[in-house]
Design a protein around this ligand. Structure first.
Ligand code: NAP
Ligand code: MG
Length: 405
């Protein structure tokens, strides 16, 4: 069989622990035999990050901006334990944080739906994608423990000397205080990333805040979304037959629970943190969640939402059999290959990405799956496979699909 050709390389960001093991298997068993894979390789494994003083992460993010499509393996975010375990020079920052800051992107998390792994919410038939604004609000707050009676004020002192002052509260006893901020430019790029992603996915975009209560802060989010939509996306949405709509966060939550899915839900930072964990557990499993970073100019980085699955890795190192789910990592590859194919107009590569996903879902629907899914499936006669066993079962099915059986 002739291998499928690529023109532009993908930016490949390798990672750590069990997902690094899966990464290699996926490439060797599911990609190399079928695709003449072109990648620009960056090793974001912790040793290499330490060796390069984390320059490799910065280089990888810049490569993603230059080439437009990246695929990333899960990576360790160092903490004190990891500094000891790997003898690190310092506690390097989260690679995802660094990449997000350089690409200025928004993260979209989307569940992979498959027959046999049923969402806890009966009405959900299609995925619900969460877009979380990743800057400011409570995550960049300043807080005061108020010791006793006194007046709390919000004060802004402009560069030109203008002072804006607002009374927060006259305390008659001890209490607490918190200050938040956000930036127009951050909200604007969040909005653009959401509109771009919705157009790309061909799905409606929902956005919700609490602007009835927060008449300046949350209202600003709404105004910025409305302004950008009217100026740059209204016609494109009409042409694509999708809608943008704004509602209150409590109304959005109620509607989400009664919906059948198939839309993108844009959330402020805190709402996105909470709602994405609610959605991923209600859809079944963190191992079935993909994550895509989209920047306002339409540059993409695909990955799995889960981490490096450290506990399984330690078992792997001891020579024990593992049954680690590779589905979200395979979908990161298929997502990146599909996006590359669309940008470079390579229909064979696009078909391959679709068939690869079909082979993965078909394998699970046939009852062949890893341990995490075997525990929760509604399918009868399930065969629990090892990490590699599952990938090889997908390989067999992929070959059949590609040969048109
Ligand atoms: P994790 O790797 O997501 O795993 C937590 C647990 O969830 C696992 O022990 C496993 O449960 C289950 N699980 C997750 N993914 C699975 C899969 N693909 N197949 C089967 N089971 C799966 O989270 P963590 O252990 O908290 O973090 C490990 C490392 O990952 C940390 O160093 C963290 O910094 C990093 N991390 C990276 C990213 C990223 O790069 N995007 C994201 C999150 C965390 P059982 O053990 O019960 O089977
Ligand atoms: Mg969270």
């Amino acid at each position: 069989m002739n291998k499928i050709q690529m023109t532009t390389p993908l930016v490949e960001m390798d990672g750590d622990e069990m997902t690094r093991i899966l990464w290699k298997m996926i490439k060797e068993d599911l990609l190399f035999p079928f695709v003449d894979l072109k990648t620009e390789y960056y090793d974001l494994g912790l040793e290499k990050r330490d060796e390069t003083d984390d320059q490799i992460t910065i280089d990888a993010a810049n490569a993603a901006l230059r080439l437009g499509v990246a695929v990333k393996c899960a990576t360790i975010t160092p903490n004190a334990d990891r500094v000891r375990e790997y003898g690190l020079k310092q506690m390097w920052k989260s690679p995802n944080g660094t990449i997000r800051a350089i690409m200025d992107g928004t993260v979209f998390r989307c569940p992979i739906i498959v027959r046999g792994i049923e969402p806890n919410v009966r009405t959900w038939k299609k995925p619900i994608t969460i877009a979380r604004h990743a800057y400011g609000d409570v995550y960049k707050n300043s807080e005061i423990l108020v010791p006793g009676p006194g007046k709390a004020e919000l004060v802004f002192t402009g560069k030109d000397g203008t002072v804006i002052r607002e009374t927060i509260h006259e305390f008659d006893g001890p209490g607490i205080l918190q200050g938040w901020h956000n930036l127009d430019r951050s909200i604007e790029s969040f909005a653009r990333s959401c509109f771009e992603y919705a157009l790309d996915a061909g799905e409606d975009l929902w956005f919700a805040t609490k602007d009835t209560i927060s008449k300046k802060y949350d209202a600003r989010f709404r105004e910025i979304f409305d302004r950008i939509f009217e100026a740059s996306y209204k016609e494109k949405f009409q042409a694509r037959q999708i809608r943008y709509f704004y509602t209150l966060i409590d109304d959005a939550v109620a509607r989400v629970m009664k919906s059948e899915g198939g839309f993108i839900w844009a959330c402020k930072n805190y709402d996105g943190d909470v709602m994405s964990d609610m959605l991923s557990s209600a859809f079944g499993s963190l191992a079935m969640m993909t994550s895509v970073l989209v920047n306002p100019e339409g540059k993409y980085e695909f990955e799995a939402a889960h981490g490096t699955v450290q506990r399984h890795y330690y078992r792997y190192l001891k020579g024990e059999e593992t049954s680690t789910n590779s589905v979200a990592t395979i979908f990161a590859w298929s997502g990146a290959l599909r996006k590359r194919a669309q940008l470079d107009q390579l229909p064979d590569l696009e078909r391959f990405a679709n068939v690869l996903e079909k082979a993965v879902l078909g394998t699970i629907e046939d009852g062949k799956m890893t341990g995490d899914l075997a525990l929760m499936t509604t399918l009868p006669n399930v065969e629990k496979l090892s990490s590699e066993g599952f990938i090889l079962a997908v390989r067999k099915r992929l070959e059949e699909e590609l040969n048109g059986i």
